[in-house]
Unconditional design. Structure first.
Length: 116
């Protein structure tokens, strides 16, 4: 029992620095969030579709460069990895697995690094 009280005290100390306005800020309701996902899906879907065409072209170019020169182009691979990550976030968001919004509603990020 003492352990749980100690844990609560630590949590309260952490929350003590947060203003009450941040804690009482109303979050978007599940229904509104579901409707907003339609807007996010349309806008992000268009962007990711155009980006996909570019990624396919760059993947072919990267393959040709690799075959001719014998080594991969790191910058092309990293660019494609951004698309992979954002597409993954997009699908997770639209299927309600995650509330992390995809690009352009959040920062670009990538999940893995370039491997040699």
């Amino acid at each position: 029992m003492a352990k749980s009280k100690n844990t609560l005290n630590i949590k309260n100390k952490r929350l003590g620095n947060v203003s009450k306005t941040n804690l009482s800020k109303p979050r978007m309701s599940e229904r509104k969030e579901a409707w907003f996902r339609i807007i996010v899906g349309i806008i992000s879907g268009i962007i990711l579709s155009v980006w996909k065409i570019l990624v396919i072209i760059l993947s072919i170019i990267n393959w040709l460069v690799t075959v001719i020169s014998g080594k991969r182009n790191k910058d092309l691979a990293v660019f494609c990895e951004y698309w992979n990550t954002e597409t993954y976030k997009f699908i997770r968001y639209l299927t309600f697995v995650s509330n992390a919004r995809p690009f352009p509603f959040s920062e670009l990020e990538r999940m893995s690094d370039f491997e040699k």
